[in-house]
Write a protein that binds this ligand. Structure first.
Ligand code: TXA
Ligand code: MG
Length: 355
């Protein structure tokens, strides 16, 4: 379905001023009337619709080409409003992680009946997120309804961390795109299920597993199998989205693991013999041939790796004729590195070359 026109509203990525507010109010009005609005958040851009309007939510699935059995999360301007849409107060764990809201985290809670089945793919639970990005916050407050939103990419593609990515994927398929700079985290939110006991990490992200563990203690935090291993057909998915192909550029991706010198030697050899693109750490770029190399930031700066990784994967799509994308990975899985590794595992369909 191609809409007649997608409105692109450019707003500042700092504190929204009076002019921006007018644009945001206009976008909120379109959303409240059943339209689809892409908006920035600190994790990635989202593709939003009124979560209380089943017909509007269906437009999200159509625009993205998303399977109907993959549930959406809802976005609120304040965690205090969660009680209206789910059983937040009675959950013994939400209070312990409350200080991460607003921020890059989603809590899965038991839902109330007013959230339509199309949002949650008929699950009895719903993911709740409160973005900290000021534009997202102002927009959600103006909407005044919970906003169902997946990442604003075509299904299967890397998530969008700037407005251009959203335009590339969804122009003509949504009513409005709010454009406001780059996402400061760059990876989707951490998802923690609080409807199982003990709580379970379903997707790692900007709020780290270590931070959640500390907050939930003495309760342990389980790690879903979906974080580090491949879902097989028929596996019961506690994180339904994890069974789908994800984050993949057009060219197959392979991850390269091993000591720095071995890895750069291996990558240089690949550059000489194959038409490939390489995603490398900043400090290694000068040891590689200069063409078709993308800098993902220093190895000791995982937050920067997180910010850059999706844009680098997308950039490889603009290189004609390449047959492989190689990504140098680190063995460290602590902190945000777990989230970066998780996305790269999915992008590469679990292909790791040990050198
Ligand atoms: O940072 C984010 O979370 C971004 C921004 C836009 O907020 N949104 C996002 O949404 O990444 P999406 O739909 O791309 O990823 C949400 C994931 C999916 O894998 C989905 O399967 C899972 O959350 N999910 C949603 N509801 C769930 C539920 N009730 N139980 C378990 N997993 C759920
Ligand atoms: Mg997504």
């Amino acid at each position: 379905m191609l809409l007649e026109k997608t409105e692109i509203l450019t707003v500042s990525d700092g504190v929204p001023d009076a002019i921006d507010r007018k644009k945001l109010a206009h976008a909120a009005e379109i959303l409240r009337r059943g339209g689809t609005v892409c908006f920035p958040t600190e994790t990635v851009y989202g593709l939003g619709a009124n979560a209380l309007d089943a017909a509007a939510v269906e437009q999200i699935f159509l625009a993205k080409g998303r399977p109907q059995d993959n549930p959406l999360i809802i976005h609120l301007d304040a965690i205090e409003n969660a009680e209206k849409y789910c059983f937040a107060a009675e959950n013994p764990y939400l209070e312990r992680i409350r200080h991460f809201f607003p921020g890059p985290v989603t809590a899965v809670l038991k839902k109330r009946d007013l959230i339509p089945d199309v949002v949650t793919a008929s699950l009895p639970s719903v993911g709740v997120r409160v973005p900290s990005n000021p534009v997202a916050h102002a927009f959600l407050a103006l909407c005044g309804v919970p906003v169902a939103a997946p990442s604003a990419n075509l299904s299967g593609r890397p998530s969008p961390t700037c407005a251009q990515h959203v335009i590339d994927d969804l122009y003509g398929k949504v009513d409005v795109i709010i454009a406001a700079g780059n996402s400061s985290v760059g990876l989707e939110s951490t998802i923690v299920s609080l409807v199982v006991d003990p709580p379970m990490l379903l997707r790692p992200g900007g709020v780290t597993a270590e931070q959640l563990e500390e907050a939930l203690s003495p309760a342990p935090l389980l790690l879903s199998d979906a974080v580090l291993s491949e879902m097989k057909p028929g596996d019961k998915a506690s994180a339904p989205g994890m069974k789908y192909k994800h984050y993949a550029p057009k060219t197959p991706v392979s991850l390269v693991s091993g000591p720095k010198e071995h890895a750069t030697e291996f990558l240089r050899e690949k550059q000489r013999t194959e038409r490939c693109a390489v995603l490398a750490f900043s400090e290694d770029v000068s040891s590689l041939l200069p063409t078709q190399v993308f800098d993902i930031g220093r190895e000791d700066d995982p937050e920067e790796n997180a910010r850059r990784i999706f844009a680098c994967l997308r950039a490889t799509d603009r290189l004609p004729g390449i047959t492989q994308v190689y990504v140098h990975i680190t063995d460290d899985r602590r902190g945000v590195r777990l989230a970066v590794f998780n996305r790269l595992l999915k992008a590469s369909a679990y292909r790791i070359l040990y050198v």
